[in-house]
Design a binder for this molecule. Structure first.
Ligand SMILES: Cc1ncc(COP(=O)(O)O)c(C=O)c1O
Length: 368
């Protein structure tokens, strides 16, 4: 079998299994978060896999992402919560996209975008401590009163009340939940009774049962990755969905003292074999992991040597026999003996979210 030059394989069964895991664990609705091209996994196919396994809703950051999912035939409820300044929500309303509302102006725009007998679905986002978007507590009264009025006259349907946690500590998250509950009570006093309340993303959905409310928004866990530094995917019962691989593009036997890649940051300390892997920082291989990046070749683990370049990097395989065209697994499911996205994150001093999300457009995705 010919090994692909570069490829990210996406295991849609793993995504489906991960959704089933969160359904069983939480017992509440799962909102599958597929923003940023499903953290690099392919938004439409990830959404379809998640819905087929029991997710009931889809979440994305922006309306253009939601519209693209509709174009690709995803009919489930989709919400989007991060909007361009001055956004008028007309396209969202026409495609029945539910919008996250973080301000009075956004609320008015959503109400104005409604067609006769077709209220716009909204999720009111309450600021509870993250200091990103969300309606500030000082504005809750004004926004909630207007939301109730717009719902009464048939321009809005208040689908959700929601917020997002900082994951700083259990105490900080509990304080955010208490603030959120204050917001829910304030909403009720204005006659706003949402269909669902949601505050937990993957980490709180796993660790803090009281945060599960009516629905959990699962992003990184959908892709089988752990949101925690100290617990692996397998320990959480999750299966990583992405495997990144490539084919060895060149093999070179070199003497001791050979300089490797730009700047000769590395020189070989013995006669050895260098192999060229055809993915670089343009493909999402983090340059600051140069000299530390693990890969698997022929079932053995090696580190890259020298600087990672735009299109390629080098691995020293010693005296291991290798050939052009042999498979290199860059990362995948570590229970299969290959490096994990978390191993890459550690080498690059970042988080696994960034590793999978930054895999570049030059890497074809193949679903399996
Ligand atoms: C509002 C919101 N909800 C849910 C998520 C999903 O988070 P996670 O990937 O940690 O599950 C995100 C991601 O950043 C988010 O911004």
């Amino acid at each position: 079998m010919t090994v692909p030059f570069r490829e990210a394989t996406i295991d849609l069964d793993a995504i489906a299994d991960n959704v089933r895991h969160f359904r069983r664990l939480t017992g509440v609705e799962v909102i599958a978060i597929v923003k940023a091209n499903a953290y690099g996994h392919g938004a439409a196919s990830a959404a379809v896999a998640a819905l087929s396994a029991g997710a009931t809703r889809i979440g994305v950051a922006e309306i253009p992402e939601a519209l693209e999912l509709r174009r690709q035939g995803v009919h489930a409820p989709i919400m989007a919560w991060l909007h361009a300044p001055g956004e008028r929500f007309e396209h969202a309303a026409a495609q029945d996209i539910e919008v996250g509302i973080s301000s009075f102006d956004q609320l008015e725009a959503a109400g104005a975008a409604a067609a006769v007998d077709r209220p716009v679905g909204v999720h009111l986002k309450l600021e509870t401590g993250l200091s990103r978007n969300g309606i500030a507590p000082a504005d809750w009264g004004r926004v909630l009163a207007e939301a109730a009025r717009l719902e009464r006259i048939g321009r809005l349907r208040i689908v959700g009340l929601f917020s997002h946690l900082s994951n700083t500590s259990v105490d900080d998250d509990r304080a955010a939940l208490a603030k959120f509950e204050e917001g829910v009570a304030t909403a009720a006093s204005f006659g706003v009774h949402p269909e669902i309340r949601h505050i937990a993303a993957t980490a709180a959905a796993i660790d803090l049962p009281e945060m599960r409310l009516d629905a959990v928004r699962i992003g990184v866990g959908l892709y089988g990755l752990s949101p925690f530094d100290d617990r692996s995917s397998a320990e959480l019962g999750l299966r990583p969905a992405m495997t990144l691989r490539g084919a060895i593009a060149a093999v070179r036997r070199v003497p001791a003292g050979t300089g490797v890649s730009y700047g000769y940051d590395h020189r070989t300390d013995r006669d050895t074999t260098l192999v060229l892997v055809p993915l670089g920082y343009a493909d999402g291989v983090p340059r600051n992991a140069s000299g530390k990046l693990p890969v698997s070749i022929g079932g053995r683990r090696f580190l890259n040597v020298g600087r990672i370049a735009m299109d390629q990097f080098i691995v020293d395989v010693g005296d291991t026999p290798v050939s052009i065209g042999d498979e290199v697994v860059l990362f995948g499911d570590p229970t299969l003996g290959v490096p994990s996205a978390a191993d890459w994150a550690e080498a690059a001093d970042t988080i696994n979210y960034e590793i999978v999300t930054r895999i570049g457009p030059r890497v074809p995705r193949r679903t399996s």
